[in-house]
Design a binder for this molecule. Sequence first.
Ligand code: SF4
Length: 399
Amino acid sequence: MIVPFARRMLTETDPRVLWTFTWNFGVKGVRSVQRFKTRLARGEHFPPFLYISIINSCTLRCQGCWVKVDGPRHFIDAGRMDRLITSAKKRGNSFFGLLGGEPFMHPQLLDILGRHRDCYFQIFTNGHLITDEIARELRRLANATPLISIEGTSSVSNTRRGRKDVLNKTLAGLEACTRNRLIVGVATSVCRSNVDELVDEAWLRHLIGRGVHYVWYHTYRPVGDNACPELALTPEQVRHVRRFVVRMRSKLPLALVDAYWDDQGQALCPMATGISHHINPWGDIEPCPIIQFATESIDDERDIFEVLNNSPFIRDFRETAAKTTRGCIVLERPDLVKTLVKRHGARDTTHRATGAGLGELDAMGSRTSQHQPGHEVPEEHWMYRFAKRHWFFGFGAYT
Ligand code: SF4
């Protein structure tokens, strides 16, 4: 798998794009995790990876979306992003996930990328606004990879995303990326309506044929004001996705990302391990994207390290989640999420109706997440085993 994959990366992508990925994400990314581990040893908590929802507006209306996409536009402007990124860089961070809403609706997105050429950005997008002109500029900047979400074949895509002709527009954006020799990925929030079609070898080979370099299978989270709990996967389906990903990692010339299992196949929660936290379009600092409560903001006069390292709310969330489960505290124990929110008097950051956040937690029953003891599926391929053993594991959270 490695040689054909390396050949693809060397022949399909722009050399400067590939070099910047290798250095800013690869070398500096590993260094940022090493510095994270050193901080942990000193009892300090600051994540190497920040996921920032830079704008709330979006062109789509997806089932299970937790963002207040309709109503007034809110975005984190380039000045506030500079302050945030510059502070995080002081701690060795070089990788940032940019989410929304739809990040390409942000008026200063390319400007923000241009101001931080020494960093690497993964842009979570529906691809609809990626034109050749934008893809050319991404190629010139070379420091970002679009991660384009595909939620199903044509009719399923329209239903999942609440609009018409969704898949064609997404594929047009994908083609603009490959035409301009970018490193591009496809993400799917795997649920009952797309698991059979998209968790499939033929689909992955189709994506390889379209020039896709990596795929990220998220597990559908039934949250937000259009939660559609009937779409959530069964425990067996979650296990099926895990087995499939592990198998395909040894077989196909593309990378398969996951954020929920270590090299032994033991579950983990990125929030509980402290490897990542989330900032919403209003600047609220949240434990993770779907825990829409906060006590701190990026507009605090202290720098982001001081804010996160000294946050009793974020610390309590990490520690309580890790003590409770290796899986997802939101799926398994929404009642405990509510207890933590009340304990710290955290404000509701859904920006939906007053009390919407706690109301949505009350409506959620407990369900199985990625933590299914006795069903661990260890990594088969040595490269994923090595990478996870050193740079993506429990980091001492689950002792
Ligand atoms: S709490 Fe759940 S959704 Fe949030 S990071 Fe952990 S596993 Fe993921």
